[in-house]
Design a protein around this ligand. Structure first.
Ligand code: ZN
Length: 87
């Protein structure tokens, strides 16, 4: 039940939250977890986005990823397939 009252020009969009995990490339069992304590040492890839250190929840190996995992994405709930759109 949504009890938010939209203001002028506001539109309520039903969203579904999905959690996204990055499976470890070394053991294929654990999941990579962002280790933000190492963030200052992470290199910057061309384009300016920092790579983030991650540590596997199982084998404890570390790797750099261009995104932060686990992450949450909000998907618009539609009856049809989502359109292809540039990010
Ligand atoms: Zn692993």
């Amino acid at each position: 039940m949504i009890d938010y009252q939209p203001k002028e020009h506001e539109v309520i969009v039903p969203l579904q939250a999905v959690g996204i995990q990055y499976q470890c490339e070394f053991c294929n069992e654990g999941f990579m977890m962002a280790d933000v304590s190492k963030a200052p040492q992470a290199p910057i890839i061309p384009g300016g986005r920092p790579l983030i250190w991650h540590v596997c929840s199982k084998c404890k190996k570390t790797m750099l990823l261009p995104d932060v995992y686990p992450k949450v994405e909000y998907l618009e709930i539609t009856a049809t397939a989502p359109e292809q759109s540039e990010e």
